[in-house]
Ligand binder design. Structure first.
Ligand code: 2BA
Length: 97
């Protein structure tokens, strides 16, 4: 299993939440703030079985379109903010009690 930590521009958080839910992915959303611009963004924690990683990444790419700077507006002078910054972490165990 993997843990996807996806820091997403706020404008893409609602569509990503909707698609993840519709496709049956479990996710937790955290309100977060970028350390550089100090603007709000949304961090998703998504626990994903290895076999579903490609599908999960495709969902994120679809919901968070564009390369840095597109299609959204610049959020600071000379700063282009990407749609999502994604980390993939290994998970030893997932336990629910
Ligand atoms: P922020 O930290 O507010 O950064 C917003 C944008 O400002 C970044 O877009 C980047 O284009 C620029 N930027 C960030 N740090 C900079 C610096 N020290 N000098 C010059 N420009 C800088 P993105 O790279 O697309 O990042 C979007 C958001 O993703 C970030 O918001 C932060 O919340 C998160 N993030 C990006 N890289 C990260 C990392 N290595 N670790 C943790 N969070 C990260």
């Amino acid at each position: 299993m993997k843990m996807i930590v996806a820091i997403v521009r706020d404008e893409f958080a609602a569509p990503l939440t909707e698609t993840l839910s519709r496709k049956g992915f479990g996710a937790t959303k955290l309100a977060s703030t970028g350390g550089f611009l100090k603007a709000g963004n949304t961090t998703f924690l998504i626990g994903v079985p290895q076999t579903q990683m490609d599908e999960a990444m495709a969902v994120i790419r679809e919901a968070c379109p564009g390369l840095p700077g597109t299609p959204g507006k610049p959020q600071g002078p000379g700063v282009q903010v990407g749609s999502a910054t994604i980390f993939v972490l290994g998970v030893d165990k997932m336990i629910k009690v």
